[in-house]
Design a protein. Sequence first.
Length: 539
Amino acid sequence: MTAEMTNLTEQLNLLPGFLSQHVLLSVSALAIGLCISLPLGVLASRWRRLEGVVLGVAGVIQTVPSLALLALMVPLMGMIGWWPALTALVLYSMLPVLRSTVLGLQGVDRAALDAATGLGMTPWQRLIRVELPLAGPSIIGGIRTATVWVVGIATLATPVGQTTLGNFIFAGLQTQNRTAVIVGCVAAAALALLLDGTIRLAEISVRQRNGKLAVVSLAILGGLTIGSAVPMLRDSWTGEMGSNRQLIVGAKTFSEQYVLAELLAQRLEDAGLKVTTRTGLGSQVAFDALKSDAIDCYVDYSGTLWTNVLKQTSFPPRDTLNHELAVELESRFGVKVVGVLGFENTYALAVPKRLADRLGLRTVSDLAAIAGDLAIGGDVEFFARPEWTRARDLYKLNFRNIVGLDSTLMYAAADEGKVDVIAAFSTDGRIASRDLVVLDDDRRAFPPYEATILVSPRAAKDPRVMECLAQLVGAIDTRSIRLANENVDVKKIAPRVAADRLWLPGRLTVSSVGTSNGEPNADPSAAGGPPEADLKAVR
């Protein structure tokens, strides 16, 4: 079987789980949105003052970018996952239904209303028997629009911790797995068309008074909803049954995090624990999820925790920082620091080698002297972080242009000359493959970013979890994780496989994919892991 077919098979195996959650989320949001919007629309069509307020508020909500609205729900509700995603989608579904209901009812022929009144109908009878049927085509049009919107926007719920078809898209973009992106996009489009067609079928059944078509449309919606709910209810039931509770390993939105999530999950599974992963989380979302027990563990970076979570601006020596970090996270949030994995993934300013040679760039101080003639690119989060502010002010980096890019695109932007400098990650395997030179942070603007295993307050009480994850402390060095990242980003290896080939105690692993004979390397030290004597010292 070719690598492409293997990749496709892996993605299709994930499809039922992602699709079921996407369907249930979308249908639930639409159902709740209709229950709110239709009565509001009827009331707004009667009272002009209410119409302006209702449509105005719904219009304002619609102007908020969908991803921003989803992210906003997390701190407002104090949780991640289903409820923030559902709330945001309900709000997004309301405007087209409200508007179509108001316009449809206000557009009913006055003569038909007078005739209904003349026949002695009550206002309620007139609404049910005359107005809503005549306004039906307009209302159905709004529902169909809301359906397409909700199914599409639901793919953006992944960064707030809700599994959807967006998991394919976000993970695929970060790992440059086009197959995953295509599977996610095709599945989302197919689902939108199916739901839109089902609602269209219901519209025809009402217009033609065809009971059979109505039954078919209801059967499709009911089948989709029930079929999607069963696996989730089963997992929820079995996942909370005492010792059978599933542990949730989290990850942020870049390749290394996907690899590390798989690494932690494999280690926990080796100990006989049930594990699932929740990837693609925003940086702050991931920590908020951990401290609220929405996820059980993940890997973060000491510098990020120090500046973003603890809001510190001074940088003590590495050992002091790590100690104070562990104390503060536990005392403030109940989050337990297990230890560091053994490598640091710091921000690093990098330039193409041809440019570094031509301009004699070796340090960030060298760069500062000519920054006014250059453009810098980096992920959008970087330029909003205090570390960037500190580096910019310390070195007086006044670049000609600052370009926010997705982390997967900035390397290509440097290759193509669209930016001259990028804010790279020191363990990224693409640094060598793209022939980039990392400039020395000679004034130590950036704090240490040691990969640190964090455990939630609830999971920290489980000695099995703590003992299992403690075996990873000091077990992964920079060379090993860089090779794992290269396998994912450059060689298109699945994060699960890349994690499996990291050095682990008791496993035969390889340091990179594609050894000469295709067999695993039996020597752990050859895979970049520490020798057994060092491991015993760590333990």
